[in-house]
Ligand binder design. Structure first.
Ligand code: SAM
Length: 240
């Protein structure tokens, strides 16, 4: 994976090259509340401090909406899910946080995915994530085990949402998760895609690029590996 990146760095027209923004503002260094929570979960996440801090900030932004649950698809060992749940509670959000994973690894890999084959990230368990959530005091978090949306979404069918974090590594899981969430997302709601722009997660990058044509939203390319979708009005669901 990184060998390919090294080769491509020498090509000024390559689709992938190391991104080095020149700005230096680093609020995650001095945000003491964030750092205290982050230190407790950093060993349970694959997501770096920059993306964790962005989740922390965006969950707080979503508190401006008058209601709506929060959803994460792709939990692995629970790090970002615990972060989202902690931030929501600390911002006074009383709505539930749903954390969805097979807990047996990645599913739905296909020909749009360049590295994932299925079964990756199976080194976790429902019980281990439950223990982390209890330890960190994330009593607002609810774990849903199974393939999302097919096996678990029926349990939260009637909810509306203010925030979603889709961290599933592959095209079809990203698409299916977003298509389920979008009609239930309130105007002003935010969806963060992890994996956007990483070598090996090309299926997710491709899906987000397709979403740029979706009416009623803005799609932001954040240079840290997140794509952020902000819904500004209700509109037809993608794929409808
Ligand atoms: C990279 S990991 C998530 C990382 C996690 N957010 C963290 O804090 O490190 C991706 C996870 O997505 C899960 N996953 C992928 N597709 C899924 C689907 N359709 N339904 C449920 N879980 C899925 C995998 O089981 C895996 O645990």
């Amino acid at each position: 994976m990184f060998g390919r990146l090294a080769r491509k760095r020498s090509d000024p027209h390559a689709l992938h090259a190391q991104v080095r923004p020149g700005a230096t503002y680093s609020p995650w260094n001095q945000d003491q509340e964030f750092r205290a929570v982050y230190e407790r979960l950093r060993a349970h996440t694959l997501v770096d401090i920059w993306r964790c801090h962005e989740l922390w900030q965006l969950v707080a932004q979503s508190a401006k909406l008058s209601g709506g649950a929060l959803l994460e698809v792709g939990v692995w060992r629970g790090g970002t899910g615990a972060l989202i749940a902690q931030r929501a509670a600390r911002c006074g959000i009383s709505d539930p946080v749903y954390l969805c994973d097979t807990f047996t690894g990645v599913v739905k890999a296909g020909d749009k995915d360049t590295a994932y084959k299925g079964g990756e990230h199976a080194d976790t368990s429902f019980a281990a994530v439950g223990a982390l959530l209890a330890d960190i005091g994330a009593h607002n978090a609810h774990l849903l085990q199974g393939i999302f949306p097919e096996q678990t979404a029926a349990r939260i069918e009637a909810e509306t949402f203010r925030f979603g974090h889709i961290d599933v590594d592959v095209y079809r899981s990203a698409r299916d998760s977003f298509e389920w969430l979008w009609p239930r997302l309130l105007a002003g709601g935010i969806v963060v895609f992890d994996d956007y722009g990483f070598i090996g997660c090309d299926g997710v990058t491709r899906y987000v690029e397709e979403l740029r044509a979706l009416p009623g939203c803005a799609v932001l390319h954040n240079l840290n590996g997140h794509a952020v979708v902000i819904k500004w009005q209700d509109a037809a669901a993608p794929g409808a």
